[in-house]
Design a binder for this molecule. Sequence first.
Ligand code: ZN
Length: 98
Amino acid sequence: MLARQLGLRPKPAGRSPSAWYADCPGKSHRLMVSSSANEFGCGYCRVKGSTADLETLARQRKEAAGKVRRPPQDQQRLTRMVLGAREPGGLSDEMAEW
Ligand SMILES: [Zn+2]
């Protein structure tokens, strides 16, 4: 199973023995993999293709993550919140007390 080799934690989707859920590479949602058709599809990223394409996608995302070194999602959310508070009128009473 390619998804397992890529570390995408595949799990049976239950609909058919060849239908699997796996982690979307570098994302926090799941995509569908068909082990019989050797195809995958992600409704969130609107990408689909062969399992070879999935491997390419996983490698590209891994390389991109290594280059950009994006902070974890929680940190991004916090940064956005702080930026929002700095905007004129964006500071709520609750935030001001804090
Ligand atoms: Zn995706």
